[in-house]
Design a protein around this ligand. Structure first.
Ligand code: MN
Length: 344
């Protein structure tokens, strides 16, 4: 009854409302792969891959070419035995993590229909709502301050601010944003744009100027574990790994080597299976967690909303990409300003 009989991949292209700029990168479109799994009884489960060449080395064309292989790998499996399907998809951890995520989620989405239970409750049902931040991309100081002010006034208490291209300007921007949005918290993301030295300078100066940075995300190159460790102890703010932390093995190494205070989990880097492992690793070692996104539409953000609410594991949620894309909303969650509420 609940065996998988077919899997389809479909390319979906979404335009950004405006170009999204981060350190050394600009995006104007998201090229995503929508995955559907079909069960024998007619149930359909849906997932979305939002691949990142910058982070994961994934090319959309290569992902689309996996359609027949994935179908062959999981056909005949019963979604009630979803761990079996998770384990099969773990084989794609290095080559196509976003497809791994989409297939694993589509499996749970189908199971959710079969059991008439929302995915967040299948995953633990820890919370029934979460609060997201909203991201301000790199722009001039004037534009960033205005966007921050407007977003804060809309009800987003945590703002994610992209920096990492110019130390002096970044400090000026953060001080100005801080003055314009009193009471706000900031996740500051340099997307690997700093050196260890400039990252230490940024953190110490922003701290002196009383900027309320709650997480300082991936200041330096993903593979510079020595630099991260120095930074972790020199920065007054918690240091988070994003680009450095893809699989459960990456996170194990980062924690063992004392490189980070926080990890930014993204389903597109880890899939659900590694994300679940990272949640337990972080709990075990008292490391903080946030959850982020790539260029997911509401179909993809839906996955992280249910994962985050179900596990209840995250101090911060950066699940805003669907608000940056032109799309018709299709998530199984309700949004009330910064609140994301998972539904069936
Ligand atoms: Mn990041």
């Amino acid at each position: 009854m609940h065996e998988i009989v077919n899997v389809t991949f479909e390319l979906k292209t979404y335009e950004y409302v405006e170009p999204f700029r981060i350190a050394n990168n600009v995006e104007d479109k998201a090229h995503n792969v929508e995955v559907k799994v079909y069960l024998k009884d007619g149930t359909v489960g849906i997932g979305e891959a939002s691949p990142s060449y910058r982070v994961n080395g994934e090319r959309v064309s290569a992902l689309l070419a996996l359609e027949d292989d994935v179908k062959e790998m999981i056909s005949g499996e019963d979604v009630k035995n979803y761990r079996r399907i998770f384990n099969i998809m773990d084989g794609l951890s290095r080559t196509a993590p976003s497809v791994k995520a989409a297939v694993q989620y589509a499996t749970l989405d189908a199971l959710s229909a079969v059991w008439d239970t929302p995915v967040y409750q299948i995953l633990g049902g820890h919370k029934d709502r979460i609060h997201t931040d909203k991201t301000i991309g790199i722009d001039t100081l004037k534009v960033m301050v205005e966007k921050a002010r407007k977003t804060f006034e809309e009800g987003f208490k945590t703002l994610k601010i992209k920096i990492g291209e110019n130390l002096k300007e970044d400090i000026e921007k953060m001080v100005a944003i801080s003055e314009a949005t009193p009471g706000a918290s900031y996740i500051v993301d340099a997307n690997q744009g700093y050196t260890t030295k400039t990252a230490v300078q940024f953190a110490q100066e922003a701290y002196k100027q009383n900027v309320n940075v709650v997480v300082f995300e991936q200041p330096i190159m993903w593979n510079d574990h020595d630099g991260l460790k120095i930074l972790r102890y020199a920065s007054p703010f918690p240091i988070a790994a994003d680009e450095s932390a893809k699989t459960r093995h990456d996170v194990y190494d980062l924690i063992r080597n004392e490189c980070v205070d926080f990890v930014n989990i993204k389903l597109m880097k880890s899939g659900l299976s590694d994300a679940l492992s990272i949640v337990e690793l972080a709990k075990t070692t008292n490391i903080g967690l946030m959850i982020g996104c790539m260029g997911e539409s509401s179909v993809g953000i839906n996955q992280s909303v249910h994962f985050a609410a179900g596990t209840g594991a995250f101090s911060y949620h950066d699940l805003d990409s669907h608000m940056m894309l032109k799309e018709n909303f299709r998530g199984k969650f309700k949004q009330e300003r910064d609140s994301l509420i998972p539904t069936l």
